[in-house]
Design a protein around this ligand. Sequence first.
Ligand code: NAD
Ligand code: LMR
Length: 333
Amino acid sequence: MVKAVVLGAAGGIGQPLSLLLKTNPSITELSLYDIVNTPGVAADLSHIDTPAKVAGYLPPDDGLKKALTGADIVIIPAGVPRKPGMTRDDLFKINAGIVRDLAKGIAEAAPKAFVLVISNPVNSTVPIVAEVFKKAGVFDPKKIFGVTTLDVVRASTFVSEVLGDLSLAPKVTVPVVGGHSGVTIVPLLSQSSHPLPSGFSQENLDKLVNRIQFGGDEVVKAKDGAGSATLSMAYAGADFAYKIICAAKGEKGIVAPTYVNLAADKEGGDALKKEIGRDLEYFSAPVELGTEGVAKINTLGKITAHEANLIKAAVPELATNIEKGVSFIESSK
Ligand code: NAD
Ligand code: LMR
């Protein structure tokens, strides 16, 4: 029995994500919460002939608490998306408060659930959830995840395009580490399961790295004011949620990059901090998932001098983003 909850379920990501979760036969209960429209979305999805029992909740009558009670996994795509010209950090002003209040609800009603944070800026919203949980005395670093899967999905797609064969995309794996915004997104292309063509120039490598780092901007620009990635994000979010569920059920060997508190695995976290040369509290690393969430944080392994420089460039921005999230909760009542 698995109960999944989507907070922000009526939105651009929330609806297709809820659809994909409804089609997952391992989910038996699906709770949809938003400030608008969830009864309609839930009624619509409930006609699909898959096992999950679907219910929609709105804020009145303790809707958040009702949605969350008994949750095994909570996915948060609530909050505003970017418009052209904005950075993810520009969303902090609105989304920090939304994520804080939802985290308070989870800490109260479902403190043992796996929490998957999609709302931007992920580099700051994950620390916000963690700090709320710390204040409530229910913090377990193994169970809070920043969803960076879309960066991994993009890397697979863009590398397969470079290789001239999109049919390779589902098989191409590239670890993408660091965080989830611009230069904090660091693809380790030297570790791609499918190496780049021999003679691939530094100029082309720079272009590919840049495309992965700024893939979100590509979509924001194309949507021209109508929001950011929703469909590819729903796909990536459902994929990561499924990995968490499979690992929780005991499947071994599932490794995925995700943005976590490095205290989730002290030994692995400390080794990673040594590698990146900075005592960061959060980092997106390849994480081995287990029944309790984070089982092991893997180090980066062999990387090129170019990749080491990308990490170096990512670290100061990550540190600032983390501090911003932490101090937001420290200073709020
Ligand atoms: P959207 O505006 O289409 O949907 C957001 C939904 O959140 C809306 O339905 C809104 O009613 C709801 N919402 C607002 N306040 C809420 C609250 N207090 N409680 C519950 N629900 C609330 O936006 P979207 O395109 O779905 O994007 C959502 C977020 O996901 C944005 O912050 C965006 O930047 C982020 N995002 C992250 C990634 C990633 O890779 N992690 C990728 C794409 C988008
Ligand atoms: C993405 O990477 O597509 C998301 O973080 C949304 C955005 O603002 O780019």
